[in-house]
Design a protein around this ligand. Structure first.
Ligand SMILES: CC(C)(COP(=O)(O)OP(=O)(O)OC[C@H]1O[C@@H](n2cnc3c(N)ncnc32)[C@H](O)[C@@H]1O)[C@@H](O)C(=O)NCCC(=O)NCCS
Ligand SMILES: Nc1ncnc2c1ncn2[C@@H]1O[C@H](COP(=O)(O)OP(=O)(O)OP(=O)(O)O)[C@@H](O)[C@H]1O
Length: 203
């Protein structure tokens, strides 16, 4: 089974690209979606204990958590120590399920792939990327997003240029959606051809 790791900086189009892979029939594990689930479940009380006032009706209020993190950026380390092991566990369960189903290719959406050394867990790295101005316009248009929060998140992410350099495939998301969709199809076809040629030992 070939594991694709999909990553990219904030607003570069990971979620959109992951949807296109799923539509093309590739099973996808979406880490951000897992975090949303955890924040309404098993992570909530652990986070409330470290960041009092962030849980409302049993669910982590991300705006409030974001506000507290802006005041104490060192809090990211504490938060990640709670969240990342739980995310890893869910990912491992997904991989096991797909292995049992005999899937040929799967996709792991890992926003912090380079930052957390996740390269070793995947066979192929796909990076979504676009012009920084497009990225900025997309992100600042989101409700509740501020320049400060955008800069804080960006400062914790590996720069786009470095991500592109370390990628096996880059998807440029700065143009029409159809171009992104075509690039996703092209990557899948290329991977299938490489699997057929015997390029991967674990295929
Ligand atoms: C900081 C939080 C509260 C902001 O929530 P919000 O809903 O406003 O934004 P969202 O989750 O959609 O993230 C926006 C962007 O920030 C990136 N991001 C999220 N957490 C981090 C982090 N710890 N370090 C760097 N970038 C991050 C995301 O990948 C995305 O590109 C939230 O992202 C969070 O709780 N993060 C900690 C969990 C985490 O590390 N998730 C990402 C990997 S699984
Ligand atoms: N050609 C394109 N490819 C991908 N996304 C596009 C394209 N054109 C416009 N967009 C828009 O850009 C936005 C990309 O946001 P998306 O949520 O996919 O990014 P993300 O990388 O997952 O963000 P985050 O890192 O914050 O989770 C979406 O609103 C999407 O509709």
């Amino acid at each position: 089974m070939i594991r694709i790791g999909l990553t990219g900086s904030i607003g570069m189009g990971k979620t959109t690209a992951a949807k296109l892979f799923a539509e093309a029939g590739i099973p996808v594990n979406d880490s951000d979606a897992v975090v949303h689930e955890l924040y309404a479940g098993e992570a909530a009380q652990l986070i409330e204990a470290e960041f009092p006032g962030t849980v409302r009706n049993g669910v982590v209020d991300r705006q409030e958590l974001g506000r507290q993190l802006s005041r104490r950026p060192d809090g990211f380390k504490t938060l990640e120590a709670i969240v990342h092991p739980l995310v890893r566990q869910r990912e491992a369960e997904f991989i096991e399920r797909e292995q049992a189903r005999g899937s040929e290719i799967i996709l792991l959406d890992i926003p912090l792939l380079f930052e957390t050394g996740a390269e070793t867990r995947v066979d192929i790295i796909v990076v979504v990327s676009c012009d920084p101005q497009v990225q900025r316009d997309r992100v600042l248009a989101r409700p509740g997003m501020t320049e400060e929060k955008f800069n804080m998140i960006r400062s914790r992410q590996t720069p786009d240029a470095e991500k592109r350099e370390r990628a096996d495939y880059v998807i440029d998301t700065g143009h029409a959606m159809e171009i992104t969709r075509a690039r996703v199809s092209e990557i899948i076809s290329d991977l299938k051809a490489r699997i057929a040629k015997g390029d991967f030992q674990n295929a």
